[in-house]
Ligand binder design. Structure first.
Ligand SMILES: Nc1ncnc2c1ncn2[C@@H]1O[C@H](COP(=O)(O)OP(=O)(O)O)[C@@H](O)[C@H]1O
Ligand SMILES: [Mg+2]
Length: 403
């Protein structure tokens, strides 16, 4: 059989197979379900806090926190939508502005964030070129023109503080005083529970006039959330018993993350479909878990600083030759590679720290071994599988033109 024929057969076979997905969009994490389960209290609390805006009163600032995948973004989006739809039929003007501070090129400088906010309120601001003060003035004018309540939602606000500090928030939470009839309220959302430690006490107290906590979901709650998604997302009968329980149990043990639970279910479905199975079995959940974990490693490496990537590259090169990699060898080879990449090598001490960090992130494993009276060293190993290791190798090679 020729190669073309084989490929045609593969495609026809694919077409013939009934899909196990009914509507895969439902299983994407951007999908907004109609029913939000197990968040009645948080919805109720946020609604009560924001309700005064309907009568033209200034609602308290709210600080919302909980680990990733606990439904924060979903709940805030839902409550604000409902609030706006009621406000549209009412007397008092109400605006909401949503910004995800983690998005690239949105909140990495004070200029960008202020410009984005001003634009959301209808002002005209170029993406570069004005003095920051001027951008701030335009934002301020746009707020004034809005007249009425403006609710500013800053999602992933912890990454904002890490990037630009808290001066901006300080000003924002006090902006009301000079605005005349416009009233501003800030809803800050954070995945990082300890991040207020990095904030000025005054900013902290004005931002958290009210606080809402989103606890992790337990396995039972996750199961119900998944069941609801599966009902619309999969063709009936395409999930084996135990698939949903397994996804829920795994996600519950990883800090009750609904996003992870949904990802597991979707990826298990995709992998089953790829193997032409008509049903998803529990085994595919394990495979999905491995795949997601590996994708996570690739993402982690991509977001590491330059020298961390070069250190990892060095380790990849050394472990290619088989045998153990020890830290001393890493440093001498790293120096060559750094130069080849056109950058000055860091000190051995710094590289040692970067190795620790890669270990902590689960990319490599660095084990301390004794060399007797010669002191101690670390033995480095990797266990990501050939496929991922060569992928990481390719990514770094391309980035620094190392070939
Ligand atoms: N209570 C819930 N009911 C249904 N789906 C949920 C619920 N909580 C979270 N999800 C889903 O889980 C994913 C993560 O939720 P999200 O609101 O983005 O979490 P967070 O903002 O806390 O990280 C989304 O796809 C969301 O639709
Ligand atoms: Mg979120």
């Amino acid at each position: 059989m020729g190669e073309d024929q084989k490929l045609q057969d593969k495609f026809s076979q694919y077409l013939e197979n009934e899909s196990i997905f009914n509507d895969k969009d439902v299983l994407s994490t951007n999908y907004k379900p109609n029913d939000i389960l197990h968040r009645e209290d948080q919805i109720e609390e946020l609604a009560s806090i924001l309700a005064p805006s309907l009568k033209g009163n200034d609602p308290s600032n709210v600080f919302i926190y909980g680990t990733v995948g606990t439904g924060k973004t979903l709940v805030v989006d839902h409550v604000c939508k409902e609030l706006k739809s009621v406000a549209e039929n009412g007397e008092e003007p109400l605006d909401t502005v949503y910004i995800n501070c983690k998005m690239k090129k949105v909140a990495d400088t004070e200029y960008r964030l202020t410009a984005k906010l001003a634009r959301e309120l209808g002002a005209d601001v170029p993406s570069t070129g004005l003095p920051t003060e001027e951008v701030y003035d335009r934002f301020f004018e746009a707020l004034k023109d809005t007249e009425g309540v403006v609710i500013i939602i800053l999602d992933e606000i912890d990454s904002l503080i890490k990037k630009i500090g808290d001066d901006f928030l300080y000003n924002l939470t006090r902006i009301d005083d000079d605005l005349g009839s416009t009233k501003v309220s800030v809803v800050g959302i954070s995945n990082d529970l300890n991040f207020t430690d990095y904030m000025d006490a005054r900013v902290k107290s004005s931002l958290s006039e009210e606080e809402i906590i989103f606890p992790p979901y337990n396995a039972l709650e996750l199961k119900e959330i998944l069941r609801q998604r599966a009902e619309d997302g999969f063709v009936e009968g395409s999930l084996d018993d135990g698939v949903i329980s397994k996804c829920s149990a795994l996600a519950a043990s990883e800090h009750g993350d609904a996003r992870r639970a949904i990802d597991l279910l979707r990826v298990a479905g995709e992998l089953s479909e790829r193997d032409n199975k008509s049903k998803v079995t529990v085994d595919y959940v394990d495979t999905a878990q491995e795949k997601i974990e590996k994708d996570r490693v690739v993402e982690t490496v991509q977001s590491q600083p330059k020298h961390s990537q070069l250190t990892l590259y060095t380790i990849l090169q050394l472990s290619n030759n088989g045998g153990n990699v020890v830290t001393g060898d890493v440093y001498s080879k790293y120096k060559d590679i750094a130069r080849k990449a056109g950058t000055d090598p860091l000190t051995q001490r710094r590289i040692s720290d970067l190795i620790d960090e890669l270990d902590m992130l689960g990319v490599i494993e660095a084990q301390v071994v004794s060399k007797g009276r010669h002191g101690r060293t670390r033995k480095i190993s990797m266990d990501l599988g050939e496929h991922i290791e060569s992928k990481l190798d390719d990514i770094i090679t391309d980035k620094f033109y190392l070939n």
